[in-house]
Design a protein around this ligand. Sequence first.
Ligand code: FPP
Length: 379
Amino acid sequence: MPLRERINDAQQEPINDSFGLELGKPGLAGNLIDDIGFCDVQRGLVVNDTILRSDLRTQPGAKPSGYGRQTYESPLFCTNLASNKWGGLLYLCAFVPQGGSVTWSQEVVPAEHQDIHTLLRDSERLPRHVAMIMDGNGRWAQDRGRVRIDGHREGMESVRSAVKTCSQLGIRYLTLYAFSIENWKRPVPEVRFLMSLLESYLEREVDELHANGVRIRTIGKTNALPKSVQRMLQTAMDRTRENTGLTLTLALSYGSRWDIARAVQVMAMDVRRGKLSPEDLTEETITQYLQTSYMPDPDLIVRTSGEMRLSNFLMWEAAYAEIYVTEQLWPDFRSRDLYRALSEYVVRERRFGKTSAQVAESSGESPRTTLERILHALR
Ligand code: FPP
């Protein structure tokens, strides 16, 4: 029987809660709005802002483990988990009546990226903190005979993809250089457009980011941003404050020298007040006074568009960061490209001043073995 028919058939059957789901009333199902396909689902489906369930990753025939029951009060949906297994993956489809909405939670990864995704996620070598210099939006647009702002608009899609991929992989921190303190020198219409893009990002994305456990933070001279943007940022930060997934930091009106100078001023004031003594001004203290004090130093800095510079981004924090530069322009930089950057990162040897032999002694799997597995997965 064709798959779609099988699913429709399944819809007529009493709802099967053998996966531990407390599903909506049988027979309530509305339109099949999305034929989602074969996915390795670990966190479940989000229907009307509710994450249906986590840990759906199953072995054929096995019941998912660590799987709690949930009750759904919304009468708006009925979800059917068709138990068709296909290569160990679970086939999911969602039936949502008109007006309902479905988004995927963070762990649904397209089938073509499964191998590399799983390898990277399980490699135990992933960076804790990835920071990105998103460069080349203007050139991307110009190459296509379009206006610069089209490049920024397209760049938003790459932002979405980077956030989702990092979150899916379990990376703890992602910092995006969205607007530098020097960017205020750009033509006023471009600056205005970037601000409106930021507003629409917050307007459209915060629900989904929140549903996926993303915590939003900012660094930079944010009081220079338009008041409306400041308000939206504050709301987004307040709303996502308690989230424990990816910490997404937007560097806005940010400059590393600005932050260092600001930190030095505050430290000097604290010395004057007697809160600090000059001997306290150690590397650790300086780190604590920077706006980035809540995050670990970046392990990996990705820069698109081939430029070999830091451009006043996280200069103190990047002391031991691995740098990955790609010729690709930011709007072209999507999850596959991030997987490549991460694959390169996981096989680099980070010595932090030690010798190779010392590093090998203290680390587990050798970079070569990791490389072999990743190359195999990319093949
Ligand atoms: C650099 O490209 C990019 C920027 C100054 C802006 C980056 C902004 C976005 C990707 C969208 C907004 C982001 C968020 C997080 C809401 P460029 O214009 O300098 O490109 P060019 O070097 O080719 O001129």
